[in-house]
Write a protein that binds this ligand. Structure first.
Ligand code: UD1
Length: 426
């Protein structure tokens, strides 16, 4: 089994360039189904989740060409002849369900495996389905699959635009419904929509294909259905969560780390929390920053995760590692996923003092962490364990690293370039 071995205590310095955003690339790839011609995506990260989305698209019948060296993926949806996202793929990656909106909008039908639980919580898809229903689809659940189709006997019948009110600003539901609205008849209005920058990236991408979407980035998105969409040529935005991971690594054990493509405006609350802790972030320009870490002045803080523009849940395990070595008591509250503190026992095995009380973590900063064998529970918790290992005294062995490889491009290489002593062993 592959593992990362980390000899902690090295000082990180130098430059790191942030890759394309996983949580944007996957959606743009799914959205390319809506076009009648080929789409070219640039700055696509070479990560396991992208490989799974490529498999999903190929399973549907799309022709996908990948130029790994130049990070370009070309998707020709012209030969799609299946409307099913199979369990083997949805099980590996929940975001596979994002093909449902495009397939339903373009072909009027889709069969998608129910994703089931994951390591951070139960993660329903009820809001996606309710949105599709509001737009004139009906669905049934059989043998672990959702069969969904436009509720009409008329050949070629389309979804229709309507008002969709989300109980919670789910990103996935917002994206699926926004994509479903693109080829629907009439106007779809999504209220209480998710507002993440990746939603804006998806809307910009769809508009560049000929869609008519307004309001992305605000809580009311309006999609005017159009007759057809063309393929486009589009560059994926940089990954804010990867940027947040490297910034936190720099805060933990860095000495001037420059971060290219940080696109700091997408993460303002995260930056203000790091400043509260005492991490020194200098803005070079809108894409680039540098991080200094005067660790002797660090102080505790309280953080609550919330949908954007709140503090991102994906950076919760990562900042908890930093707070675990900040003197004083910090409280981190998780409001988005019910099960996102599973990694805390592992962190405590490295000498941290974190107690969980419901959805709060009470963190008493310790002087140092000590290396230990630990597991990755999920993608971000796995990255958090790597950061803990970098800061710890002695050697840390991180197992189950397939979780980390789902979402971080060249993680080991980038950390080694900054001076970390980390290697992958099989
Ligand atoms: C996306 C991100 C993930 C991030 C999360 C929250 C991708 C591929 N993944 O996941 O990294 O952690 O946003 O920022 O972009 N919910 C329901 N019913 C639904 C849909 C969601 O109850 O139909 C609940 C979920 O169980 C969860 C919360 O809403 O508690 C947030 O989920 P959502 O915003 O949909 O997250 P994802 O899009 O799955």
């Amino acid at each position: 089994m592959e593992k990362f071995i980390i000899n902690g205590g090295k000082t990180l310095s130098g430059k790191v360039k942030i890759s394309g955003a996983k949580n944007s690339a996957l959606k743009l790839m799914a959205a390319s189904i809506l076009a009648d011609s080929k789409t070219i995506l640039r700055n696509v990260p070479e990560i396991e989740d992208v490989n799974i989305m490529i498999e999903v698209l190929r399973t549907l019948g799309a022709v996908v060409d990948v130029d790994v060296e130049n990070k370009v993926v070309e998707i020709d949806p012209g030969s799609i002849s299946s409307y099913e996202a199979p369990y083997e793929l949805v099980r590996k990656m929940r975001a596979s369900i994002l093909v449902a909106g495009p397939l339903l909008s373009k072909f009027g039908k889709v069969k998608v495996a129910i994703p089931g639980g994951c390591n951070i919580g139960s993660r329903q898809i009820d809001l996606h389905l309710k949105g599709f229903e509001d737009m004139g689809a009906k669905y049934s659940i059989e043998h672990g699959y959702i069969n969904c189709q436009v509720d009409s006997n008329e050949a070629g019948a389309k979804l229709f635009g309507t008002m969709v009110n989300l109980d919670f600003p789910s990103r996935g539901a917002t994206e699926n419904i926004m994509m479903a609205g693109c080829l629907a008849d009439g106007q779809t209005v999504i209220n209480n929509a998710a507002r993440e920058p990746e939603i804006v990236d998806l809307a910009n991408f769809l508009n560049s294909m000929g869609a008519d979407i307004q309001g992305a980035g605000a809580d009311c998105i309006i999609v005017n259905g159009v007759k057809s969409l063309d393929g486009t040529d589009y560059e994926v935005m940089p990954d804010s969560i990867e940027a947040g991971t490297f910034i936190t690594a720099a805060g933990l054990c860095g000495d001037r780390v420059e971060i290219e493509n940080a696109r700091w405006k997408n993460l303002e609350i995260f930056y203000s929390k790091l400043k509260e802790i005492g991490v020194n972030i200098s803005i070079v320009d809108e894409n680039n920053i540098s991080v200094d870490a005067p660790r002797e002045v660090y102080r505790p803080t309280n953080i609550s995760t919330l949908p954007y523009p709140g503090f991102p849940t994906d950076l919760q395990p990562i900042i908890t590692v930093l707070l675990s070595v900040v003197p004083g008591v910090s409280i981190v509250t998780e409001n988005v996923f019910e099960n996102r503190f599973m990694y805390v026992d592992e962190l405590n095995r490295m000498g941290a003092d974190v107690k969980i009380d419901g959805h709060h973590a009470v963190i008493k900063g310790v002087e140092k962490l000590s290396g230990a064998p630990v597991r990755s529970f999920d993608l971000r918790a796995g990255a958090a364990m790597v950061l803990a290992g970098l800061a710890a005294e002695g050697s840390t062995e991180v197992s189950d690293i397939h979780h980390i490889q789902r979402g971080y491009e060249d993680f080991v290489k980038k950390l080694r370039n900054l001076g970390a002593d980390i290697r992958k062993v099989s």
